[in-house]
Design a protein. Structure first.
Length: 381
């Protein structure tokens, strides 16, 4: 019997090897997995990338786009940060540079963008446009009553008097957005003026504004009328947004006291369109670049295709040539001349290479024309 022990031992080892071999054959590594299985979820050399896909290329074996996206990453699908499915299709994910290059070759992937930062932009426009309380565009449009403006910015300070809903009717029943409780922000702070507030910033889940830019922009666009406003009893008067009866939906996409990653901006725009806003206002930008290489241009194009009007700021830079940002033809780009700067007047898009010269302003070729010559790129948005 003792002589049988080595034979039994060898048979046991052979059986164990067969079991291991069989197990590995039924759980293969996904064929298109880009990330290596032994790598950590967030390798130190990784960066955030945005992967745009052709959703029509999804294979039928994947019942959802999310599962298709996960298959591209194998066991590292937990690296995915956001998925986009309204204004565009794709996801943002942490990848090394090498993984990003390989991701660009995966069937169904249209383009891979490395995340980059956009910068916030930021005065008596109603008077410049000739708006009046008693006649013209303001009363004809009922001061924007019922229109929902989606603002993508640094968040909002809801207790401000500009966001009172006194005298406003309930928001329309088809509105899909809603406020939720978040750190330092109670959902009850929303009302018939502030109809939604969300944060897409990973490190700051509260839509509360700690920087002030989003609050300023929101009150400028759609703040309620506040009589007797003043700054320590100076500059007293009535404060009011341009569309003071419009509703505000705030989508926080900027890191407090820093800038705004385009992966987060895209997620905010995607959510705004899904919620059902009427228009999107973005006072954020970067240097102009080819549209296909500008994710903000790609996301806003998707919003326009769904019938959402998009308005963006022209930037705070200049005076110099080619300093205006957000110039895609589907964007309405707005700005105003800085008080005291040369070359004031109505701004019209120009297409010619040569423009009339107007003192110092005529020496700058920014591609923007007005009746008296060329505008200097000195904007205050």
């Amino acid at each position: 019997m003792a002589s049988m022990t080595p034979i039994l031992l060898r048979c046991s080892l052979l059986l164990l090897l067969l079991v291991q071999s069989t197990h590995s054959s039924v759980t293969p590594k996904p064929k298109n997995a880009i990330a290596e299985e032994h790598e950590p979820a967030h390798p130190s050399s990784s960066s955030t990338y945005i992967v745009l896909t052709n959703h029509l290329a999804k294979q039928s074996k994947f019942d959802t786009l999310d599962r298709w996206y996960a298959s591209m990453l194998g066991k590292n699908s937990n690296r995915i940060r956001y998925t986009y499915g309204t204004v565009m299709h794709g996801f943002s994910v942490r990848l090394t540079d090498g993984e990003a290059q390989r991701m660009a070759t995966v069937p169904g992937v249209s383009r891979v963008y490395k995340d980059r930062l956009y910068h916030i932009h930021t005065t008596r426009s109603p008077w410049f446009m000739g708006l009046h309380d008693d006649f013209g565009a303001w009363p004809d449009a009922e001061f924007g009553d019922g229109v929902i403006i989606g603002l993508v910015d640094t968040g909002i300070w809801p207790e401000r008097a500009s966001f009172s809903d006194a005298g406003l009717s309930p928001v329309r029943s088809t509105w899909r957005g809603k406020c939720v409780d978040a750190p330092g922000f109670n959902a009850s702070l929303c009302n018939n003026k502030l109809v939604d507030a969300k944060s897409f910033v990973t490190a700051d889940s509260s839509p509360r504004d700690v920087e002030g830019h989003g609050t300023h922009v929101a009150s400028t666009a759609a703040g309620s009328e506040v009589p007797g406003a003043n700054l320590f009893k100076f500059a007293g008067g009535r404060a009011s947004g341009v569309a003071r009866k419009a509703r505000i939906a705030m989508y926080k996409a900027c890191i407090p006291m820093k800038d705004c990653p385009n992966s987060t901006l895209a997620a905010a725009i995607d959510a705004a369109v899904s919620d059902g806003v009427d228009l999107i206002s973005i006072s954020i930008g970067d240097t102009a670049r080819p549209f296909y290489d500008d994710l903000l241009a790609v996301a806003t194009f998707g919003a326009e295709r769904r019938g959402i009007f998009v308005v963006l700021s022209g930037g705070n830079y200049g005076p110099k040539a080619s300093c205006i940002t957000n110039v895609a033809p589907w964007m309405t780009t707005v700005g105003r001349r800085e008080p005291g700067a040369d070359g004031g007047g109505l701004l019209l898009a120009g297409t010619q290479s040569d423009y009339p010269r107007d003192s110092e302003a005529g020496r700058h070729r920014a591609g923007i024309e007005h009746p008296r010559g060329l505008v200097r790129c000195r904007l205050a948005i």
